[in-house]
Design a protein around this ligand. Structure first.
Ligand SMILES: *Cc1c(COP(=O)(O)O)cnc(C)c1O
Length: 349
């Protein structure tokens, strides 16, 4: 049995949250003289603190209840809120896998919380035996599972995740920033089944709104109660809420762009696999591809000189580079550049 209250920091349990003017009166009509706003202009009013229009639309689309949705200023805000709600600084700990998304570690460090990084196996999958040592540590409050995983690109095994959900006594955050690019089923519709599950998604990747900073958490009402309690009252601006709503109202564009990116991922994977000095092209469920080469630092630098910026991940995984899938034209320029680099090194030899 997951006892949520046991895992919430005592000061958060006791917290009297800020009550905004818009919390006390939620009607839309009236003369608003309650929030010291400027009565003139277009952007003069504070945003809806609970993003109701956006949540209604998402609830329809994802087949969840509105109360199961939380909106953050990017999913990075949601990650940070999880630390602040669950982890007492200098005392509690958090689990994740390695290699994975760097923000878990940065957020852990900011909050003075120890992050334990459990290595993934050689196929970048969860090795449950590596986790055994940690199940019983009552100071471990969170487990971050990034699936599809950044920077490896693959989804983590469903059965292994399920095992974690059933055996870990703490909140499990499944980071699905790239789920739109994956053919695997999302965990969003499992949040009622597992009381310790929170799933994050984002408008920053497939929805094309990285500039707007809108992240989504799906969980049960009990867990989200604390996120609503701790979040800054007006954490998502009206501009950003509207940008996300507009994107949701243009699903055709979303689908069209996603299909191009999936086709390009396939083409790029194929073309990269055929290049002689690329040792491995890892299969991807995301909009990026991880490759292993002989000398990652060298190829990275060569591409920078050709004005093409990819992500050097060789400090995380030996000689690995991460390439985001671009437009068809950008991908062609990349492949041509790699070919040119290859031909030039051949003639030098
Ligand atoms: C890009 C990314 C995000 C997105 O974060 P936002 O703050 O929503 O832009 C979240 N998680 C992972 C693993 C990512 O790669």
């Amino acid at each position: 049995m997951f006892d949520l209250k046991k895992h919430i920091r005592p000061n958060i349990l006791a917290l009297q949250p800020y009550s905004s003017a818009r919390d006390e009166f939620t009607g839309k009509e009236g003369i608003f003289l309650d929030a010291n706003e400027n009565p003139f202009g277009e952007m003069n009013r504070y945003p809806d603190p609970y993003q109701n229009d956006l949540k209604n639309r998402l609830a329809q689309l994802k087949n969840v209840r509105k109360e199961q949705i939380f909106i953050g200023n990017g999913s990075d805000e949601i990650i940070d809120l999880a630390f602040r709600i669950f982890c007492t600084p200098g005392q509690d700990k958090v689990l994740t896998f390695s290699p994975s998304y760097g923000m878990y570690e940065v957020s852990a460090n900011i909050n003075n919380v120890e992050l334990i990084k459990v290595p993934l196996d050689e196929n970048f999958q969860i090795d449950l035996t590596n986790l055994q040592a940690y199940w019983k540590d009552s100071n471990i409050k969170l487990l971050f599972i990034c699936s599809p995983n950044n920077p490896t690109g693959n989804c983590l095994n469903r059965k292994a995740i399920e095992y974690c959900l059933l055996n870990f006594d703490g909140l499990i955050i499944i980071d699905e920033a790239y789920a739109d690019f994956s053919s695997e089923e999302s965990w969003v519709n499992q949040v009622e089944k597992y009381p310790n599950l929170l799933v994050t998604q984002t408008f920053s990747k497939a929805w094309g709104l990285a500039a707007a900073r809108v992240g989504i958490a799906y969980s049960n009402v009990e867990v989200l109660h604390y996120f609503n309690k701790v979040k800054p009252p007006y954490n998502v601006s009206t501009l950003n809420q509207n940008a996300a709503l507009q994107a949701l109202n243009n699903i055709d564009l979303f689908e069209a762009q996603k299909n191009i990116l999936l086709q390009e991922r396939q083409k790029l994977t194929q073309a990269l696999s055929e290049l002689p000095f690329i040792q491995k092209v890892y299969p991807s469920d995301s909009n990026f591809i991880l490759i292993k080469v002989e000398d990652a630092n060298w190829l990275y630098q060569q591409l920078v000189e050709a004005n093409i910026i990819i992500r050097n991940r060789s400090k995380l995984i030996e000689n690995c580079l991460r390439i985001s899938v671009g437009t068809p034209k950008e991908n062609k320029v990349l492949l041509d550049a790699i070919n040119t680099i290859f031909v030039e090194t051949q003639t030098l030899k």
